[in-house]
Design a protein around this ligand. Structure first.
Ligand SMILES: [Fe+2]
Length: 370
């Protein structure tokens, strides 16, 4: 349900509808797509982005103005974007092409690194940065998520956000290997500011989300916006769960569909393939199904508003609903879910490979509440 109310109630909030962030987005002169589902990020129509000297489109989800936003940007063949610095954080994944990014600060520290389709990195807070397309023939395209909305709303001064001289040496100090691909992990976290190719990055086993998946987490450039990659095997699906707004789920490989639904309503179905974007709305349940012949892998750009945590700091989306969490155990899902999955697999001639996941769950399944 879209929760649309009558004009009388709507008019009472009319003055709060706009925010410094929404006014700034409008002033950039680009289209805004309502975030929830984008079938193919690479196929989006981009408009000239005069200030950045490229092309772009914004994607704003239902709570963008309080958490994080998303945009797709194209650098024409042989081109470069204008240099920019910003008092908000940004995470980038390259969709197409190859290029380089120069990052520098007022102290004169400077690092340049190269990227290609599949590379992922973060822009350290308030560093100057400039992106270059290294191909004279092909455009370069990237998708980005930032926490600009709360920052722009807080200061309501775009000049301050984009034009303040202040280094944050704790975030970036010009280390030569700052954007080198590091391999050290701490628990599920990969301690790096750069991933050369998210589609081939080795993952760590994570059984808690169902069906023997792989997982890896990032917290790049000492930023506050975390992200993760998740992969699930052929003919499997993940457990349904819900969380706060702001997870931008970018499909890196595979084929399948996601169900999303607000509590008490029927699931809605969204087909995905490489390049699709799914943004589960605030507290909607959602569940991802792999119906293709290869593992399904996605990257989720997030914001702390996504994570509703228990007192131990564990996201409730990882915890069974039987003990008050926000994850639906396989044992508790509606039979229609399994039927839908079996039907979709039959179409592609694949048999479900979920039995071992159902069995594995029973070992540690909490009892149903009385
Ligand atoms: Fe999720």
């Amino acid at each position: 349900m879209d929760a649309t109310v009558d004009e009388k109630l709507a008019s009472k909030f009319a003055t709060e509808k706009d925010s410094p962030y929404t006014r700034w987005v409008a002033s950039e002169g680009l289209d805004i797509i309502s975030g929830l589902y984008v079938p193919d990020l690479r196929a989006l129509e981009l408009k000239p982005w005069a200030r950045r000297e490229g092309y772009g489109v914004f994607i704003n989800h239902d709570a963008s103005r309080t958490s994080n936003d998303c945009y797709v940007c194209m650098i024409p063949a042989g081109g470069k974007l204008a240099p920019q610095r910003q008092l908000f954080e940004e995470m980038i994944m390259i969709l197409d092409g190859k290029g380089s990014t120069r990052v520098w600060n007022d102290a004169g520290h400077e690092v340049t690194f190269e990227w290609q389709a599949g590379s992922m990195f973060a822009i350290p807070l308030n560093t100057w940065h400039q992106h270059f397309n290294l191909s004279g023939l092909e455009p370069a395209k990237f998708v980005s998520s930032t926490n600009s909305p709360p920052v722009i709303n807080l200061y309501d001064d775009v000049d301050f956000v984009f034009n303040t001289s202040r280094d944050f040496p704790g975030r970036f100090d010009g280390q030569e290997d700052y954007f080198a691909a590091k391999k050290e992990t701490k628990g599920l976290l990969l301690d790096t500011n750069f991933v050369p190719d998210v589609t081939t990055l080795p993952l760590i086993s994570a059984k808690e989300r169902g069906a023997g998946g792989g997982h890896i987490r990032f917290s790049m450039a000492k930023g506050s916006m975390n992200s993760h990659i998740s992969e699930f095997p052929v003919a499997t699906y993940k457990k349904g769960h819900r969380h706060g707004p702001g997870a931008h789920v970018i499909i890196l490989s595979g084929e399948g569909f996601s169900l999303m639904w607000p509590e008490g309503e029927e699931p809605r179905r969204y087909e995905w393939k490489t390049g699709s974007l799914i943004i589960p709305p605030n507290l909607w349940f959602h569940q991802h199904f792999n119906t293709g012949s290869t593992p399904g892998r996605y990257l989720a750009f997030k914001h702390e508003t996504v994570s509703i945590r228990n007192a131990q700091g564990v996201p409730k989306a990882w915890i069974s609903r039987r003990i008050g969490g926000d994850q639906i155990d396989y044992a508790d899902e509606k039979p229609a879910i399994r039927e839908l999955f079996a039907e979709a697999l039959a179409k592609s001639g694949v048999s479900p490979a979920m039995e071992s996941a159902y069995e594995a769950e029973l070992v540690s399944l909490p009892p149903l509440p009385a």
